[in-house]
Design a protein around this ligand. Structure first.
Ligand code: ADP
Ligand code: MG
Length: 143
């Protein structure tokens, strides 16, 4: 599976009223929106999603941020989705993100960086299933 990735429009994206602008950029870049919802993560759900970072110094702040308001997980499809989406969003730190990337355009800080993108095909599958049941993925093949 190399044609799916999970995006999350993070709470700062929702609060700044940027959902439409960011989804437009994602679609203009050739991604198909296959499933999308708005959810407010509980602390346990946020901790589960970011387990890999549990020992990092920024972990607690990350959980507070990700639970500070609703976010919008989106299952995306495109050839080479993971790599192409990481390119579209830019570096984690917006100060280091390339011109024209979503984080460069809209993010305020390395923490409040507007959008998540899966970092591997394996994690994309795990992360999509973190937010969507198989029933909610009617047109997605490979699950
Ligand atoms: P990415 O989202 O680019 O894959 P990471 O997986 O390294 O980045 O980190 C997950 C999220 O944790 C980042 O998107 C950001 O919101 C937050 N984060 C990462 N590094 C830092 C940091 N040094 N200080 C504060 N928050 C951070
Ligand atoms: Mg990451």
């Amino acid at each position: 599976m190399n044609n799916k990735t999970l995006a999350i429009l993070k709470p700062d994206c929702v609060k700044k009223n940027l959902i439409g602008k960011v989804v437009t950029l994602i679609q203009k870049a050739g991604f198909k929106v296959s499933a999308m919802k708005m959810v407010k993560l509980t602390p346990d759900a946020a901790k589960g999603f970011y387990q890999i970072h549990k020992d990092r110094p920024f972990f607690n702040d990350l959980i507070v941020y990700m639970t500070s308001g609703p976010c919008v997980p989106i299952a995306l499809e495109k050839e080479n989705a993971v790599e192409d989406f990481r390119k579209l969003i830019g570096a984690t730190d917006p100060a280091k993100a390339a011109e024209g990337t979503i984080r460069k355009l809209y993010a305020d800080s390395i923490q409040e960086n507007i959008v998540h993108g899966s970092d591997s095909n394996e994690n994309a599958a795990i992360e999509i299933l973190h937010f969507f049941s198989r029933k909610e993925l009617p047109d997605i093949n490979g699950f």
